[in-house]
Design a protein around this ligand. Structure first.
Ligand code: 13P
Length: 340
């Protein structure tokens, strides 16, 4: 079992490749579709995601895709199970297994991610359906007086429980403690909170006997809050993020796969590239982007079958840019706007 976990984790951070997060919950995909005035029906979700999964050439830059429960069980419009569509291209199917961030009792607006009940049975079923890795996202908010240790520790404990159960079922757990970028805080505050969150998360993983060689960490980058007047530039973000992780992420972890968290597509590529340009680190530095891979494709698609080629081209472009960022080779010249 542990050999398979290590091999899957390594394959997900193979050179030049990263992960597409396409596991939006029913509520989140509805929000995305609302933004392009498309109704969130099962057929529309199938058509949109099927378009991404069947994009020619994306597999050169995409090692795995995180799916939502519905999608793991779904087939393309011409009847091919999505698991097969992905496997046939050498893309590893993954599955979101958490049940969302819920209000943390006794806390002042903080959240805890739920979904541990019945998790072992669900993970076993997901393995049988073809998933080989899993995702669980915890949310940490920065504001006056928060995050509390209570919130960080409760989420860290649940992340470790999830990680251990996933590994028992043969799924590589992606451990995602996301420190949100919303707020007026500066990059130093983000660095402090991210450091504390990761320290406590790794303590919980270690205490619960999680095999570190068989996980991937999916964190936020160290950024200035969205409403901070003094925004850290690309180089500062890269230096703070790498410094933070070198202090708290054990070298046994094969890869760090960042979330994009609301950064623009281009900044998400630039930040990752700047980090990789700093030279080799103990772990691979890669991506597991949702919005930063999908946003231009979603817009180009707009629910119209005639727009599929343009949408696929937009997705492939972002996949290529982030693939280049894996080796520090992304530059703004790669963007179409640079050619105008
Ligand atoms: P974003 O890259 O849009 O943050 O999504 C990644 C993800 O999977 C969040 O859980």
């Amino acid at each position: 079992m542990s050999a398979e976990l290590k091999q899957t984790a390594r394959a997900l951070v193979a050179e030049g490749k990263g992960i597409l997060a396409a596991d939006e919950s029913s509520g989140t995909i509805k929000k995305r579709f609302d933004s392009i005035n498309v109704e969130s029906t099962e057929a529309n979700r199938r058509d949109y995601r099927g378009m991404l999964f069947s994009t020619d050439g994306a597999a050169d830059h995409v090692s795995g895709v995180i799916l939502f429960d519905e999608t793991l069980r779904q087939s393309s419009a011409d009847g091919v199970p999505f698991v097969n569509v992905l496997n046939d291209q050498g893309i590893i199917p993954g599955i979101k297994v958490d049940k969302g961030a819920k209000s943390l009792s006794g806390a002042n607006g903080e959240k805890v991610t739920e979904g541990l009940d019945g998790l072992r049975e669900r993970c076993s079923e997901y393995y049988d359906l073809g998933a080989r890795f899993a995702k669980w996202r915890a949310v940490i908010t920065i504001a006056d007086g928060i995050p509390t240790d209570y919130c960080i520790d409760t989420n860290a404990h649940a992340l470790a429980r999830y990680a251990k159960i996933s590994q028992e079922c043969g799924l590589v757990p992606i451990v995602e403690p996301e420190v949100l970028m919303d707020g007026p805080h500066d990059a130093q505050r983000c660095e402090d909170v991210t450091t504390r969150t990761l320290q406590r998360t790794f303590t919980a993983l270690y205490d619960q006997g999680v095999l570190l060689e068989g996980i991937l960490l999916k964190p936020n980058m160290v950024l200035s809050g969205t409403e901070c007047a003094d925004q850290a530039d690309v180089q500062e973000v890269a230096e703070r993020t790498v410094r933070c992780f070198r202090r708290v992420v054990p070298a046994a972890v094969p890869g760090i796969v960042f979330l994009s968290g609301g950064q623009s597509d281009e900044l998400a590529s630039a930040h990752l590239s700047a980090m990789n340009a700093m030279g080799p680190q103990p772990w691979e530095l890669s991506f597991s982007y949702g919005r930063a891979l999908q946003a231009p494709a979603l817009k180009a698609w707009g629910g119209e079958p005639a727009n599929v080629p343009a949408a696929q081209a937009a997705y492939l472009h972002r996949a290529r840019c982030n693939g280049a960022a894996r080796s520090g080779a992304y530059t703004a010249d790669m963007e179409p706007a640079a050619a105008v």
